[in-house]
Design a protein around this ligand. Sequence first.
Ligand SMILES: [Zn+2]
Length: 169
Amino acid sequence: MWREALAGRWKASAEELAADLQALGVTCAVVEAWRPPSAGDPAGRVRRGREVRVARGDLPALVARMPSLAGPVGDLAQTQGSGLCALRAEAEAVAVVRLPLAADWPTWTPAQAQAVGLSCRVCGHDLRGGGPARRVAYLSGPVTARGALTLTCGPCLPPVRDGVAAAAV
Ligand SMILES: [Zn+2]
């Protein structure tokens, strides 16, 4: 369950939803989660929000109480459900960073994924890809003015400098 940041007081926040679920005995956590821009936003801004994540084992009990969730939960079960990570060069090491994406990121269209910055900024390769097309993603710059990530694939990364990938700039 995803809520846009500053959704307003007429909608329950992710934290309020989580509190309700916990009162029902459902184990959950609230995490930062970005989604693609809405179709009606001419500026194409990445939507930032927070998402209530329920432990997979608790899903059947949750659907039994809230039948309207059967569809979305079924869709999620089709996806890998794991997080997407990127590497970031730091002063003396390379860190693994979990990208703050809503759990349905594997179902986004290529255009939606690109709008969030999940494609290489140089060659455009979709960095969500699995199998033989999979490439390591590097965080290679600050978030753009639209709020998108700046990622570069391994083959497009500038040459290594002083033992550390020059991706920090
Ligand atoms: Zn590339």
